[in-house]
Design a protein around this ligand. Sequence first.
Ligand code: PLP
Length: 352
Amino acid sequence: MNYLNARLKNLTAYQPGEQPSDGGYIKLNTNENPYTPSRYAVINMGVEDVENLRLYSDPECRKLCSAIAEFYGVEKRNVLTANGSDEVLAFCFAGFCDCGAVFPDVTYGFYRVFAGLFGVNYDIIGLAPDFTVRAEDYFNCGKTIFLANPNAQTGIYLPLAEIGKILKNNPNNVVVIDEAYIDFGGESAVSLIDKYKNLIVVQTFSKSRSLAGARVGFAVADEGLIRGLKQVKYSFNPYNVNSLSARIATFAVKDTQYFGECKAKIIKTRKRLINGLKELGFSCLPSTANFVLAEHVSISGEELYIKLKERGILVRHFNEERIKNFVRITVGTDADTNILLKTLEGILNEKV
Ligand SMILES: *Cc1c(COP(=O)(O)O)cnc(C)c1O
């Protein structure tokens, strides 16, 4: 490691959830969608698309940007696509953070990593005791604000009116709203981009659109901010979205019916999951995402994670102060949920 830049030597990199190569697990650890991508999108992929890999992909990703713009009723110039929303977030840290950054103590772990990677100073703002974001804590903070909404790890949604207050009280700095989970019951801040020229909304195809492996994310913002993001992108990797992923994502956006069905199923299963967990004595944070953060008085988060893994179920445990007694459970299918609840019941019965 002697050749490594000093800044990286001292950086704790992001640790992705396990992606076992042997299958065989019920995978409820990385908030993937349990349903396959849109059938309409899948059958539109052809041999020529693979052959076209001979060519560079469209650096402007015009078809996909148009489809996203149409979906949200914005203009193509308000959209930037990237290799997963992680890349959009990286562009935000690289491009808009001379003033530093702020984000909550419990949130998406990558914000801290990107800040370290790009040498951005950051402040951490604690969530309220009930794990909610207090909008007023972010007023006039003079730094670029990163908020996941619904928040990562908690699943708690901050109403759009509160986001509006944060935007209004930060006229001179950028506010990045990371909406990876917005489709599972929240209202997107995309509707605010005309009013607030300092807003960047970041979304992904990884969760609600079942395309985590395709690596497609996007930003929606005022044209000025999109130009700034493009300045970063064209200084780093103009062909950041590969042509196969751009194509399947373009069809996936157009299949609004399937999108609606999948979301509805996940929201319904989430309710069942939470009820089932509560019956077993868990307390759950109120989730508007495709996961639930849950804790139990008689078994630690880490032990639960280990026991579930031994029984073929992967969930996520975070060794972070405020949430270390919890496990984060992705909302899977109804069948997954039944097996999970039965397994948890068995584990808890063993404890008494
Ligand atoms: C999953 C997730 C992302 C990353 O999504 P990709 O598009 O797969 O890179 C970004 N932010 C949050 C809060 C997430 O949970």
